[in-house]
Design a protein around this ligand. Structure first.
Ligand code: HEC
Ligand code: HEC
Length: 456
């Protein structure tokens, strides 16, 4: 108790010093009261409310190519054949289509280290996409985890001031975000793989609905509709991020450019705050006016990811084959879905903003995910949006795609599990019956199942 008191006093002291320092340095700025922070929260919430309902994106039977083939795989820094120089596929912003750029040019932009003069900060997490997406080649996952916090009052979730994402770095010593003592809901979210995600973007909405409808009721996942910003916020079924918070790679890139790197762009014009305090252009902390990027980089990031091959498999031994049979028999594959076919070339996706190109259409992928949210007892307590409608997402996490599993040594959304056995043991909730079946396997059977997982 004594320590707690000391801590509160210390925290109060730090807050006081912080606010005094802040007032001294940014005297001309409007007062950054809770009210303005609340209206920022309001804006963020509004922004993520999609327009309309998702289109089905089902084949219309008039496709030039009708053969379904396996998606190319490999961790080799080579393109999957997607042609960023091909015909304009950004059908809504025709005047603003991506300039001709090769795969390597786009990769370079994804790898590029940005500086304060480019707009990095004032609060941010890293200087380049590659810093967190690099293992074993650019675009993969990494050990870097983000920090998210908030608090629950009478069952209602409130984000920390300035949003649930606590940026871990800042460009000035006085504005580094720190966690509020009261904000007891805390989690890490580890960087995910983006290799092969162009194929995931090319999965039709109705394909995801079909997977869901085929799941037995006790294992059935949830869908959330999210806005596609390059399609005037038109609704699409979310599939990217631990909470399925995005449906399009360009929208994810816009979000990441701001929230990870502090670079505002046409999709995200409002600069990151320092725990709700405005520290953007006009204050001493940010020399660059909005938007800090004109939107070209977003398309380069998205097109780089769209050009990447899907993760490849390790050697397929006898044990691996038998292990996958057990994986299917005990029901792991209900959520970790083995095989999905992308929409045919020519299908309009992303609320009409993109047409599926030949390189990504009618491809069979093996992501070992259903791209649905599930409550397996690991929920981090932070909903997609802090509104009653999304309250249930607080305890749900997207089925982690198991492709590229053998390149990761920190598992689950928080990166706090280090072995496959422990990852499986954490599966409760909707996965309880399946986990029990795993526990009832013989040691020899478990070893085969693990051999299979180690081949992914
Ligand atoms: C500080 C680390 C960090 C940086 C820098 C970063 N990311 Fe990420 N990325 C993450 C984390 C963590 C997640 C998972 C976040 C979540 O779902 O809450 C993620 C997820 C993603 C995803 C979704 C993948 C999936 O299927 O779940 C995409 C796409 C992505 N990032 C693109 C980018 C791009 C483009 C950039 C550069 C503008 C970037 N990221 C910069 C950490 C980072
Ligand atoms: C009800 C759906 C469901 C079932 C059934 C299920 N999983 Fe999962 N699995 C998930 C979800 C959701 C996550 C992510 C949880 C998190 O990160 O908190 C996950 C994560 C994992 C991970 C960690 C992957 C990573 O990259 O961190 C492994 C490994 C895994 N599951 C293996 C299995 C195995 C093996 C089985 C069968 C014994 C199984 N799962 C059954 C939903 C399921």
């Amino acid at each position: 108790m004594k320590n707690l008191k000391l801590f509160i006093i210390a925290a109060f002291g730090i807050a006081l010093v912080f606010s005094l320092t802040y007032k001294n340095t940014v005297s001309s700025q409007e007062s950054l009261t809770k009210d303005s922070a609340n209206s920022d929260d309001q804006n963020r919430r509004q922004k993520f409310i999609p327009v309309g309902i998702p289109e089905s994106e089902l084949p219309d039977g008039q496709n030039s190519i009708s053969t379904v083939t396996e998606a190319p795989t490999g961790f080799d820094n080579l393109t999957n054949g997607f042609d960023p120089q091909g015909p304009p596929f950004d059908t809504i912003n025709e005047d603003n289509v991506v300039p001709n750029r090769s795969f390597n040019d786009n990769r370079f932009i994804f790898e590029e280290v940005e500086l304060i003069a480019d707009g990095v900060g004032p609060t941010y997490n890293a200087q380049s996409c590659r810093e967190c997406h690099q293992n074993v080649v650019t675009g993969g996952a990494s050990q870097i985890a983000e920090h998210r916090t908030g608090r629950t009052d009478n069952g209602v979730f409130f984000e920390s001031l300035g949003g649930s994402l606590i940026q871990s770095r800042a460009t000035h010593q006085n504005i580094v975000e720190r966690v509020n003592f009261e904000d007891g809901v805390r989690t890490f979210r580890i960087s995910t793989n983006t290799l092969g995600n162009g194929f995931i973007e090319a999965i039709a909405n109705d394909t995801i609905i079909g997977i869901r409808n085929n799941q037995p009721a006790s294992l059935r996942g949830s869908i959330i509709n999210v806005p596609v910003f390059e399609a005037n916020s038109f609704a699409r079924i979310g599939r990217f991020g631990w909470k399925n918070q995005h449906a399009s790679l360009e929208s994810f890139a816009g979000d990441a450019y701001l929230n990870e790197m502090g670079i505002t762009n046409p999709m995200f014009m409002e600069e990151n705050t320092s725990s709700g305090v405005f520290v953007g252009f006009g204050t001493p902390f940010d020399p660059v006016p909005e938007p800090e990027d004109d939107g070209e980089d977003l398309r380069a990031f998205a097109n780089f990811i769209r050009s990447t091959k899907a993760p490849s498999r390790g050697p397929i031994t006898n044990a691996v084959t038998l292990g996958e049979q057990l994986f299917n028999q005990i029901g792991c594959n209900v959520c970790h879905v083995n095989s999905i076919t992308t929409a045919p070339p020519g299908t309009r996706i992303n609320g009409g903003a993109m047409t599926v190109p030949n390189a990504l259409g009618y491809k069979i992928i093996h992501p070992y995910s259903d791209f649905l949210l599930h409550d397996i007892g690991t929920g981090d307590g932070i909903p997609f949006l802090p509104t009653p409608e999304f309250a249930s997402t607080a305890n749900q996490i997207k089925t982690a795609p198991l492709w590229a599993l053998r390149t990761r040594n920190r598992l689950m959304h928080d990166g706090l599990t280090f072995t496959l056995q422990e990852a499986i043991a954490r599966h409760g909730g909707q996965a309880t019956a399946v986990t029990n079946r795993y526990n009832n396997l013989t040691n020899a059977q478990k070893n085969r199942l693990l051999a299979f997982l180690n081949s992914l």
